[in-house]
Design a protein around this ligand. Structure first.
Ligand code: PRP
Length: 217
């Protein structure tokens, strides 16, 4: 899928997620020779131009990275596998960048609540990942009512809104400090480079150059 982006045909457009992945993503791009100025990064600008040219970055919410890439506004994106899987976007995913490692897990109060879940007719699940959560509970044959939340997901169990959560566990501190435990890990995530399918053909040389700069083989 491609629309007509307001950019030069010769430059690569990359969608970057504002948030935890931005700093390591910028370091990765720097290693590939694409440096974005601190002044621009400190500003409120949402479109940045690499100092030596050849690339522009658009700064979007993590959930929107796969959308901009799928629609071809951005040729490339850097996004967590968790977000990518949740989006089900039709994009190529040529590279695991190795940073931003975390897990998606089912978590809740310590046992015996965990065991009782299987006795419930419907388990209420608080999550920022409704698609991943739905697929997981379908797979294990447990009927689940998915409650889609925007953040502070652990609160849904603490307050009784949900029986369990499906959420990111990175250091484990949020669960620990709120007296919750992991029941089951369901996905390992890390940052991925994603590529628009049309760009992969139209800008193959530039994309290959980028991949070889950081991953010579
Ligand atoms: C994420 C996630 C957990 C926490 C896990 O939340 O939803 O709450 O990080 O990290 P930890 O295992 O290192 O404690 P985030 O900080 O993105 O905030 P949010 O819940 O408001 O989205």
């Amino acid at each position: 899928m491609n629309t007509s982006p307001p950019f030069n045909a010769g430059e690569l457009i990359i969608a970057l997620a504002k948030g935890k992945l931005l700093a390591p993503a910028l370091r990765w791009l720097q290693a590939a020779g694409y440096v974005f100025s601190d002044d621009e990064l400190r500003s409120r600008k949402l479109m940045l131009t690499a100092a030596a040219g050849g690339m522009r970055a658009i700064l979007v919410k993590a959930d929107d990275v796969p959308i901009y890439v799928e629609y071809g506004i951005a040729d490339l994106g850097i996004v967590g596998k968790d977000t990518l899987q949740e989006s089900a976007a039709e994009v190529f995913e040529p590279l695991d960048l190795g940073f931003g490692r975390c897990k998606i897990a089912v978590a809740g109060w310590p046992a015996p609540t965990e065991k009782k879940l299987h006795l419930r007719s419907v388990v209420r699940v608080g999550t920022k990942y409704p698609q991943i959560a739905r697929a997981y509970f379908d797979r294990i044959g447990v009927q689940a009512e998915i409650i889609a939340l925007q953040g502070s997901v652990e609160l849904s169990v603490l307050t009784g809104l949900a029986d369990v959560i499906v959420d990111i566990v990175e250091t484990g501190a949020t669960l620990r400090e709120n007296g919750l435990i992991v029941y089951q890990e369901i996905l390992t995530s890390s940052a991925r480079l994603i590529v628009n399918k049309a760009s992969h053909k139209l800008k193959l040389a530039a994309i290959d150059r980028l991949l070889h700069m950081v991953n010579p083989s």
